[in-house]
Design a protein around this ligand. Structure first.
Ligand code: DC
Length: 223
């Protein structure tokens, strides 16, 4: 008999490591809510920049996070963050200004703490939406947000290959610098958590990356 239990798939990795495309594909394949936590940090960053708050002004950051009115809208199979009832447009969260600031805001414990419960709450959003589970991508999902996730994957690839992928997507992103900041911060740094399944995607096609994760997920859902 196929399992009816709710599953959580955590996918962590650096910028352009293959997380986004593979987590979207898994969400389609297994009816999982897709949650891109990078987009949450980006939305909050866009909001702070809109209000003229800099990452160095801790008092302003603290006041702003305390007053954030966060909601979630499901668009297709993806969870989108609402701030004050508004979804920050994609063009804004992928802008150069947000690219340049997001790692600085994401390094602040005040910001990470404010988003912790919100990210965990996505499991309830997925249940209420009738999903089979959720696939959440980020930097600290398997280490901090869902350390007991059903599956924890960590994707990595050579820096040159990641730069090529980002260029192919038309990105203008300094991924090496963001990875340096994300890996060296004190709170929840980017790292492969103990016990996670580490996948080197440098020489794998997207289909091969997805298969590496889909095989154990299928087996679990069929058991
Ligand atoms: O996945 P992305 O490149 O869109 O993420 C944007 C930034 O957000 C990234 O530089 C680090 C931060 N981030 C984080 O600190 N923790 C997460 N769980 C997800 C993203």
């Amino acid at each position: 008999m196929a399992s009816t239990s709710f599953i959580i798939v955590a996918i962590d990795g650096g910028a352009a490591s293959g997380k986004s495309t593979s987590s979207r594909t898994l969400s389609e394949q297994f009816n999982l809510l897709h949650v891109d936590t990078g987009s949450f940090y980006r939305a909050v960053t866009a909001e702070f920049l809109r209000r003229g708050i800099s990452p160095g002004d801790l008092a302003a950051v603290q006041a702003a996070v305390a007053g954030l009115d966060l909601g979630t809208r499901i668009v297709g199979r993806s969870a989108q963050m609402e701030i004050g009832g508004r979804v920050v447009p994609e063009a804004e969260i992928r802008s150069r200004e947000v690219n340049d600031h997001v790692s600085h805001f994401a390094a602040l414990p005040e910001v990470r703490t404010a988003l912790l419960a919100y990210q965990r709450h996505q499991a309830e959003v997925a249940r209420a939406g009738g999903f089979r589970g959720l696939v959440m991508e980020g930097r600290d999902i398997g280490s901090v947000i869902f350390p007991n996730a059903t599956f924890r994957f960590f994707l990595h690839a050579d820096p040159q290959e990641r730069a090529r992928r980002r260029a192919r997507e038309g990105g203008n992103d300094s991924i090496a610098e963001r990875d340096r900041l994300d890996s060296s911060r004190k709170t929840a740094p980017l790292a492969c958590p103990d016990g996670a399944i580490s996948i080197d995607t440098t020489h794998l096609s997207l289909a091969e990356v997805v298969d590496t994760m889909a095989v154990p997920i299928s087996a679990r859902l069929a058991s």
